[in-house]
Structure formats: structure tokens, C-alpha cells
Design a protein around this ligand. Structure first.
Ligand code: DC
Length: 233
């Protein structure tokens, strides 16, 4: 049995003993009682480079929740090559720690394997368990509020104009600005246009457009929303 905090550290460090994610149960990693048997899910969806990751990490840190960047699952499957369905079914925790998953190419490869229903299906159970495990969880992705955890206590849809998002990616990764904008637009079209679990706001999601916001402002709004929901508002 792996205590929850250690499990998360192992995922980040890429040193979890070989075991397919699909085979892990909550008992494998939620054994450390925090004294707060809270089940509280924050679902954060939105297009690439809208600020989901930054907001998710800040919310998780503020409330002591576990955080899962679900894009990493698809990136790891896309980066593995070969049969993506087999890669998704046998995905190992240590594969999420590959150093080359943040590139534009890895994002495109992830978006391409993410249209395959069998790939998505293979990753659902792990994400659902993570979302509803004791201790609270923040998951960011494309279908968290619509498919993975429609019962999430907070559903946030973080977005920004394609130009603003491409500029942010350019600041982060460098390269040719026009090429990055084209990548963003292409990925949006594929993620929003696919048949299975397309990117769209959940019916009762709060929309946060970060186009004209600083990181601090966007984080503050997200934290205020979560705090209000935790207080039962
Ligand atoms: O969030 P990201 O840029 O790391 O995601 C990479 C790709 O993975 C994204 O373009 C579509 C896919 N994805 C998905 O289909 N569903 C998710 N919950 C997360 C990511």
C-alpha cells in the first residue's frame, strides 16, 4: 500500500513500481488518513494554454487537494508510439514522468490519440477514482466536467482567445509565433470537433476567460469560487 502523498510524489518523480494505472485501486494510494474525509472535486476544463495548469496547481496547493493533469495521460500515450489503445491500457505511472511530454509535438500527438474512443475508455476509471478519492482532487483536462466527473462540486471552464494562448505558448517554448498560433487553432478544432467527449463547457460550468487577466487575478477568481462552494454557497 502506498500512502497518498507518497503516491503523488512517486508519480511526479517517475519512480512508482511497475504497475498499470488501470490496475490501481483507491486502497493502493488513499490509505493515509488526513482526518478530513472530504470528497470534493474541482473539474477544470478548457483549450490548450488557457491557464488550466497554473490555476489547477494553485487551487490544489491552497486547499491541500491532490492534482491530476489529465493531458499528461494522453501525452504519454501519444509519445509512446505503436498501438495507442494498447499503450493506454498498459499505461504506467512512470511513463507520466517522461521529460519530453511538454513539447508542441507531444501536444499534437496527444490530441490525435485522444479522438480514439478506446483510448479514452481505457483512461476513464483511473481518472474517476482519482476525482472521488478522499482528500479532495483537482483534475484539469478537456472532459472532466462533462464525462469524467459531472458531479464535481466545482466545474470551471478556463479559456482565452487563440491569439493570447498562442502568445503564452510562445513565451514558454519560443519558436515561430505564426506556427504556434496555427498549432493552437488546429488542436482546438480537433479537441472540440471530435465525436467522443469533445471539448465544451459542462452545462453548469463557470466560465473564466483569462484573456485580459494576470495569472494572479485568474488564480484568485478560481480560489474564491472553490472557497465559496466549500462554504456551501
Ligand atoms: O492539456 P494538454 O494540452 O496537456 O492536452 C493534450 C491533449 O490531450 C489535448 O489536445 C487533448 C487531449 N486531452 C483530452 O482529450 N482529454 C483530456 N481530459 C485531457 C487532454
Amino acid at each position: 500500500m502506498i500512502p497518498r502523498t507518497i503516491f503523488l510524489r512517486l508519480i511526479e518523480g517517475g519512480c512508482l513500481p511497475p504497475s498499470p494505472l488501470s490496475g490501481l485501486t483507491p486502497e493502493d494510494f488513499w490509505t493515509e488518513k488526513t482526518g478530513r474525509a472530504v470528497i470534493f472535486t474541482v473539474a477544470i476544463d478548457g483549450p490548450a494554454a488557457a491557464g488550466k495548469g497554473t490555476i489547477s496547481r494553485a487551487v490544489a496547493a491552497r486547499f491541500g487537494f491532490a492534482h491530476l493533469d489529465t493531458g499528461l495521460l494522453y501525452r504519454a500515450v501519444g509519445a509512446k508510439g505503436g498501438d495507442p489503445i494498447a499503450a493506454a491500457r498498459g499505461l504506467m505511472a512512470e511513463e507520466l514522468a517522461r521529460g519530453d511530454l511538454r513539447t508542441l509535438e507531444a501536444g499534437q500527438a496527444a490530441s490525435r490519440v485522444a479522438v480514439i474512443p478506446e483510448v479514452r475508455a481505457a483512461l476513464v476509471a483511473f481518472q474517476r477514482r482519482f476525482a472521488r478519492a478522499e482528500g479532495g482532487a483537482v483534475l484539469d483536462g478537456r472532459d472532466i466536467g462533462t464525462v469524467i466527473c459531472p458531479e464535481a462540486e466545482v466545474e470551471l471552464y478556463v479559456t482565452a482567445s487563440a491569439e493570447v494562448r498562442a502568445h503564452r505558448r510562445w513565451l514558454e517554448l519560443g519558436g515561430e509565433a505564426a506556427h504556434i498560433l496555427a498549432e493552437v487553432v488546429e488542436r482546438d478544432a480537433r479537441d472540440m470537433g471530435r465525436v467522443d467527449a469533445p471539448l465544451r463547457p459542462a452545462a453548469d460550468a463557470v466560465i473564466l476567460d483569462t484573456s485580459g487577466m494576470t495569472v494572479a487575478e485568474a488564480v484568485a477568481q478560481a480560489i474564491a469560487l472553490v472557497a465559496a462552494r466549500m462554504a456551501g454557497e
